[in-house]
Design a binder for this molecule. Sequence first.
Ligand SMILES: Nc1nc2c(c(=O)[nH]1)N[C@H]1C(S)=C(S)[C@@H](COP(=O)(O)O)O[C@H]1N2
Ligand SMILES: [Mo]
Length: 458
Amino acid sequence: MSSDNKPAGRLIKAPENFLDPAGVRQVFAEAKAGRRGFIRSAFMAASAAAVAPVAMATSNPVGSGEGDPNILSLPEHSKGLGQPVVTDGYGKPSKYEVNVQRRQSPGLTQTAQASVSFAPLQSLFGIVTPSGLHFERHHQGWWDIDPSKHRLMLNGSEPAMLKRAMVFTMDELMRLPSVSRFHFIECGANTGMEWGNVAVPTVQYSHGMLSCSEFTGVPLRVLLDMAGVDYKKARFVLAEGADGSSMTRTIPMEMVENGEVLVAYGQNGEMLRPEQGYPLRLVVPGVQGVSWVKYLRRIEVGDKPYGAKDEAIHYMDLMPGGQHRQYSSIQECKSVVTTPSGGQVLLDKGFYNISGLAWSGRGRVKRVDVSVDGGRNWRTARLEGAVLPKCLTRFNIDWVWDGKPGLIQSRATDDSGFVQPTYGQLRTARGTRSIYHNNAIQTWLVQEDGEVKNVQLS
Ligand SMILES: Nc1nc2c(c(=O)[nH]1)N[C@H]1C(S)=C(S)[C@@H](COP(=O)(O)O)O[C@H]1N2
Ligand SMILES: [Mo]
């Protein structure tokens, strides 16, 4: 491991966040010896605003605040008149939460017209991503489209594919039977930098192209039925967006026929946000984000995959042996610990709640195991709340930190039996030249000084 700190805002390309077996042995040898400061930063800590370390415990033992002036004296807000209701605006988070923002990754080239922002997973609870913190990926910028002028067209690659081509207004779509479902969306490139051994400092940048919302809309199947689609002939769907990116993706008809794919206008109880494709987007549960076409304006049904630019030259996986994988779209079972995670600081030894997220594009999360010693020993975490298919699942597990270095990992299993791979297993199957679909087990190194760092175990 190297110790150079590089300035913020530059691409840090180095294998220095890798812990090979010798590195893991060193962590445990040093842990046993109880030496301080043996491992130094393998990457820069981004600017204070970008990382804002989270103090996880302020007193030890927890709850021993006897004589604390903050409980003994009556604050102003207990004596005076508070503020009136907000009648003319949209409610905002507390000013004390101003650091909780989506951000550009310090691992990517910094530009004025940034095209991706990452969700602050380290600051979120439960499974729902607040709409204002939903990650963004725009291939050609975002728009706030007038819904009264927006149309959805439905046609066939040949007239024989359906009885009639149709054009819907938003009002017409919103009269149709609707459903509301919780689903995650993950960009296929999420955690992509880790393939290339780029150590981004926080979970926001390593896993933050991930969000989860309650989406409301019409099953695409309902629209295809209205148009009289011939399902024997039309085995594929092409979805097209109304922005300048000419984003088009092929979706196999099986995914649509079972009613899962939605033409959605609602997100977390309100209309979609402009950044998320207002007024209409496709929701393709379990499938990588690129297929969730925003500003959806056209659906075509056809008898073969379309080989569009976003499936023929982008979003392919380079495999070992010089071959590539196309139309690989399911986001396989994956998980990550969000607290404690990179950039956070444990202020004292003692009790901590290890918390994280697990998901699978194939169905439900069945189990999450957590290790604090780099995968030598595992304990099964508690899965919180309703465990929904193709949705984020929150897990929690108790941990008493002994103040020694630790290597925190989570490993998810889904109900298809798929077990989240280690980096070693992933690289054996997929080689080293990929960008997309990295679902390997993430490791956070807890240093003796309490700082948490992003490392990779081979
Ligand atoms: N029309 C359109 N749809 C799009 C995109 C786009 O640039 N234009 N980006 C895609 C990609 S690559 C992803 S990961 C998701 C991101 O959705 P979000 O911005 O709502 O997080 O939208 C997809 N749909
Ligand atoms: Mo994406």
